[in-house]
Design a protein. Structure first.
Length: 89
């Protein structure tokens, strides 16, 4: 299964490293990543592959939310199929 992870918040050093480390520790592969900083705000979108993941989707979602709370960021995950349906024109 693939999913989309979004990260939004005030820019600071280490955001990408911390989020990617959390994913790697659960055997989640990052397929694509895009990030930018706009007037001091960091935004990142990742396409990830959960095929080899050692946790349930719910556990991954909760881990990302907790990491976001810890880092004062908004971190969310959404299944790719649901994301596609929501954004279909």
């Amino acid at each position: 299964m693939k999913a989309i992870v979004t990260v939004i918040g005030k820019d600071r050093a280490g955001i990408i490293a911390e989020v990617c480390t959390l994913l790697a520790n659960s055997q989640i592969n990052i397929l694509d990543i895009s990030q930018t900083v706009m007037e001091g705000f960091f935004t990142m979108t990742m396409l990830i592959d959960l095929a080899e993941c050692t946790k349930s989707f719910t556990e991954v979602s909760e881990s990302l939310k907790n990491k976001g709370d810890e880092m004062k960021l908004n971190i969310r995950i959404q299944r790719e199929d649901i994301f596609d349906l929501m954004h279909r024109v």
